[in-house]
Design a protein around this ligand. Structure first.
Ligand SMILES: [Zn+2]
Length: 277
C-alpha cells in the first residue's frame, strides 16, 4: 500500500496515464514520474510556467479522453469547484481503466478553514461543499472504487497571504469586503494568519478538535476487502507557500520554528499529536 500520492505517481510505468482534472499549473509539481501526464484545466491561463505535462483545456464534465484510458485520476483541490458534479463524476468513471486508482483531495465544506476562505473570498468558487463521509460514498458509488487510505490536510491559512498579494494592485470594482481588507496593513493580516495557525493547532492538540484541518486526501482503489487506513497528516505547513513537511525531518531554526524545504522561509514548529506527523 502506498504511503502517499508521490508513491502512487512514481509507481506508474512509462506507458501509463495520469489525468490531472482541474490541474491549474499541474498538481504536485515536485513529483518524479515516468508515466504520461495529462493536465486538464478550463482556464488556459493556468498553463503559464510548467512544461512537464501534456496539457489540454477542457471541463471536468466533458473530458476529452477515451473510455477506460486512465490509470490514475488526480483531482487535487478541484472537485469543490467542478459543476455539474454528477456529470463530472460520471466522466471520471468513464475514463478510468478497470483497476485504475483515484486520488481526490477536498476541503471540509463545513470546517473553520473553509468558512474563513468563503468569508474572505466571497465563496471563492467553491460550488460543492462536502462532508467526509458524503464525498467518500459518492466517489465509491460513482467510480465503483473503495477508499483504501486517507489523511487529514492541515491548513496554514496561506490564502490570507495570497489575498494580500492580490490586493497590492487591487482590481477595479473590488467588492466592499475586499476593499476594506485592502486598507489593512499587511502586518495585520500576517498577525491574523499566524494567530489562526498557532491557535487552531493548540486547540486541536488539547481539545481534540479539528480546527486546523482544511480537508482530506483520499486514496481510492478497486475493492480489496482490506480495512481503510488513516495515515498521519503533516501538521507543519509553511505559512508562506503552504508546503507541508514531516515534523521528524523539519530543519529547526529555534525550538519553536522550522524552515520550509520549498521556500526556505521560517514558520512556527508544531510537535506532532494524535494522527499527525
Ligand atoms: Zn514555504
Amino acid at each position: 500500500m502506498a504511503a502517499d500520492i508521490y508513491d502512487w505517481i512514481a509507481q506508474l510505468k512509462s506507458n501509463q496515464w495520469v489525468l490531472d482534472v482541474g490541474s491549474g499549473e499541474g498538481s504536485f509539481p515536485g513529483a518524479e514520474f515516468s508515466c504520461r501526464w495529462l493536465a486538464l484545466d478550463d482556464d488556459p491561463a493556468a498553463f503559464t510556467t510548467t512544461v512537464r505535462y501534456n496539457r489540454v483545456t477542457g471541463r471536468g464534465h466533458q473530458l476529452p479522453v477515451a473510455d477506460g484510458s486512465i490509470d490514475l485520476l488526480i483531482c487535487h483541490h478541484a472537485l469543490e469547484h467542478l459543476a455539474p458534479l454528477d456529470q463530472t463524476l460520471a466522466e471520471m468513471a468513464r475514463v478510468l481503466k478497470p483497476g485504475g486508482q483515484c486520488y481526490i483531495s477536498v476541503p471540509n465544506g463545513h470546517g473553520l478553514c473553509d468558512a474563513v476562505y468563503r468569508l474572505v473570498f466571497l465563496g471563492g468558487g467553491h460550488v460543492n461543499r462536502f462532508r467526509k463521509d458524503e464525498v467518500v460514498s459518492l466517489v465509491e458509488q460513482r467510480l465503483n472504487l473503495r477508499l483504501a487510505e486517507w489523511h487529514k490536510l492541515y491548513s496554514s491559512f496561506v490564502y490570507l497571504r495570497k489575498l494580500m498579494e492580490l490586493l497590492e494592485t487591487p482590481p477595479p470594482k473590488l467588492p466592499r469586503r475586499l476593499l476594506a481588507i485592502s486598507w489593512l496593513p499587511q502586518s495585520c493580516v500576517g498577525f491574523v494568519q499566524r494567530t489562526l495557525y498557532v491557535g487552531t493547532r493548540f486547540l486541536d492538540r488539547w481539545l481534540r478538535t479539528d480546527l486546523a484541518v482544511y480537508g482530506w486526501a483520499f486514496f481510492f482503489e478497486k475493492p480489496s476487502g482490506q480495512p481503510v487506513v488513516e495515515q498521519p497528516g503533516y501538521v507543519n505547513v509553511c505559512l508562506h507557500c503552504g508546503t507541508g513537511q514531516p515534523a521528524a525531518g523539519a530543519p529547526r531554526t529555534r525550538w519553536w520554528s522550522c524552515r520550509c524545504p520549498n521556500c526556505s522561509l521560517t514558520y512556527p514548529y508544531t510537535r506532532p499529536f494524535r494522527s499527525t506527523r
